[in-house]
Design a binder for this molecule. Structure first.
Ligand SMILES: [Zn+2]
Length: 71
């Protein structure tokens, strides 16, 4: 789990993954992290290979936390 800021719904989320990389004029590309519900709403968006892998990781962790009793 990596709780953080979802750049899509602009609020904190239980789990986020960098899905987009925003090119900037100078320096490295900025990672745009989103939560799973937002990532699901983006289906069909061309977020590329890295984005698909990130969504898969989110889906996997969500499935894992569902199968485990909450502490
Ligand atoms: Zn979100």
């Amino acid at each position: 789990m990596s709780a953080g800021w979802c750049a899509w719904h602009r609020d904190r989320a239980e789990d986020v993954e960098p899905i987009f990389y925003e090119e900037r004029g100078s320096g490295p590309a900025a990672a745009i992290s989103v939560c799973l519900p937002c990532a699901r709403k983006m289906h069909g968006r061309p977020y590329g290979e890295a984005g698909r892998a990130a969504v898969k990781a989110l889906e996997g962790r969500a499935a894992e936390s569902r199968s485990r009793p909450r502490a």
